[in-house]
Design a protein around this ligand. Structure first.
Ligand SMILES: Cc1cc2nc3c(=O)[nH]c(=O)nc-3n(C[C@H](O)[C@H](O)[C@H](O)COP(=O)(O)OP(=O)(O)OC[C@H]3O[C@@H](n4cnc5c(N)ncnc54)[C@H](O)[C@@H]3O)c2cc1C
Length: 443
């Protein structure tokens, strides 16, 4: 048996998988721990369900990565202070380095009154729900006739698409704090929803906000034209949902009756140009929108319970990295002790929450792995604890999913899809997935 570097990678999304491949190619032995049964992270459970081609292409790449004999996969295992194993456990087990690529699993609430009402949700939970990730897939979501989505990025458009094309609600309102010129979604994404866009309402909104946006040299008409470029390629209309924007509007509170959301209060904002930057400021003028659902699509933050220090919603990185890649720090840092956390690295959305598409997460995971490899070169390879680690994983009081199990699951789901004449079939509970792999243990 050869003596290899032993690395734990936490999280098998795009960053973790491509990072693991990079380390394995260098010759390290990688143990990939993943909270979800299936690998893929948001590529599996975030990207819109009917982007079949994109998802199939990514799954194929992930499968190839897991073929590597230097990579072990342990799905259904959560790492963290409240997980099946903690970071300290991993360290004590003798891993020489730990790369955390667990994405951004925390919720970014604004701390507004009424956030606890039924009908108020975080985008990630809704996206996990319609992408069939347990436990969200088994929870009830109240999508009323009128739904507001707070945000102006691609995730807002994805959720609007779901509400328009699947839930077929009466009205979807995108509530945007800034003006039309600062929307963040790719204009191409509008193709999925533009057939339902209320263009008269858009024109009225643009006329309403124009004096404010023009005062800061923003041309809302150019944005209108850019949005409407999606029209020739518009997806066919499948519902009568009215989709509209409320620009220069910032949520203040959610109001309800008997625990159920009935209204969203928003405050009008104005734009101020200061220090080379445009900022939105509240004007004090408030309005009520009658809605039964509010979904916050304002980005995520990292998991606060994970066990790494956090500042500004991110894991703290060493300000003076020893192994920088492209000028970035991938090294976890303890600000209280004022020093790096030896051997612990972060990559992908765990390094920078909600930043970039799959290609970016992939690159970031690879770069993080390069930093890990540089660090390992300061140590000798040591896999003497491999046997102990395998025994510990086996002892965990729950089914541990290996890459062979994943192959079985994929085969069963593919067969099921064929039987049902579907493009794709996904089990929506862990029990069903475990049963399909022959791992189900009744409680
Ligand atoms: C709604 C939505 C739609 C998107 N659509 C697109 C698109 O169309 N095209 C595109 O290119 N990009 C899209 N993206 C972006 C893309 O999904 C991300 O860039 C990418 O998935 C981030 O990769 P990651 O590996 O850093 O994190 P993630 O993909 O979030 O992966 C994190 C992994 O860590 C695991 N994990 C979490 N916590 C733990 C823990 N405590 N212990 C062990 N494992 C853990 C999870 O199970 C998961 O497998 C979308 C994102 C969202 C949110």
């Amino acid at each position: 048996m050869t003596n290899e570097y032993l690395v734990a990678v936490v999280g098998a999304g795009p960053a973790g998988l491509f990072g693991a491949r990079e380390l394995a190619n260098q010759g390290a032995h990688v143990m990939l721990f993943n909270r979800d049964i299936k690998p893929g992270g948001l590529a599996e459970y975030g990207i819109y369900p009917t982007k079949y081609m994109m998802k199939a292409g990514l799954r194929k790449q992930f499968r190839q990565i897991l073929e590597s004999p230097n990579i072990d996969y342990y799905g259904n295992i959560s790492i963290g202070a409240q997980g099946d194993l903690s970071l300290d456990d991993l360290r004590a087990l003798g891993f020489q380095a730990i790369l955390v690529t667990a994405g951004a699993q925390g919720a970014k609430w604004l701390g507004l009154p009424g956030e606890d009402l039924e009908g108020v949700y975080q985008a990630k939970d809704v996206v996990y729900f319609y992408n069939k990730l347990p436990p969200n897939s088994q929870q009830h979501y109240r999508f009323g006739a009128r739904c507001a989505i707070v945000g102006a990025g691609n995730v807002m458009v994805d959720i609007a698409r779901y509400l328009i094309r699947q839930e077929r609600v009466d009205e979807v309102i995108a509530v945007v704090r800034r003006g039309p010129a600062e929307v963040k979604f790719d204009k191409k994404e509008m193709e999925y929803v533009i057939a339902n866009l209320d263009q008269d309402a858009l024109d009225r909104e643009i006329a309403r906000v124009r004096p404010i946006t023009e005062a800061v040299n923003q041309d809302p008409k150019a944005v209108r034209a850019a949005m409407l470029e999606a029209l020739p390629k518009a997806y066919e209309k499948v519902s009568d949902t009215r989709f509209r924007f409320e620009f220069l509007s910032s949520p203040v509170q959610m109001l309800g009756e008997n625990g159920l959301l009935t209204q969203l209060e928003v405050e009008d904002t104005t734009l101020i140009f200061k220090d080379g930057d445009t900022k939105a400021r509240g004007t004090g003028v408030k309005r009520l929108l009658d809605v039964e659902t509010v979904i916050f699509a304002i980005g995520d933050k990292v998991d606060e319970t994970f066990g790494l220090p956090i500042e500004w919603n991110e894991f703290v990185k060493s300000p003076a990295p020893k192994y920088p890649v492209d000028g970035l720090s991938y090294e976890a840092f303890d600000p209280q002790a004022g020093k790096p956390i030896e051997g612990v690295f972060v990559g992908g959305w765990s390094r920078k929450a909600s930043d970039g598409l799959v290609g970016y997460a992939r690159k970031d995971g690879i770069n993080a792995a390069r930093a890990v490899w540089e660090y390992l070169q300061t140590k000798g390879p040591d896999d003497s604890t491999l046997g102990t680690i395998l025994a510990r994983v086996k002892e965990l009081p729950k089914p541990v999913v290996t890459k062979d199990d994943i192959k079985k699951l994929e085969a069963v789901e593919a067969e099921e899809a064929q039987k049902r004449g579907l493009e794709e079939f996904k089990f929506s509970s862990n029990e069903d997935m475990l049963r399909a792999m022959g791992l189900f243990i009744a409680a």
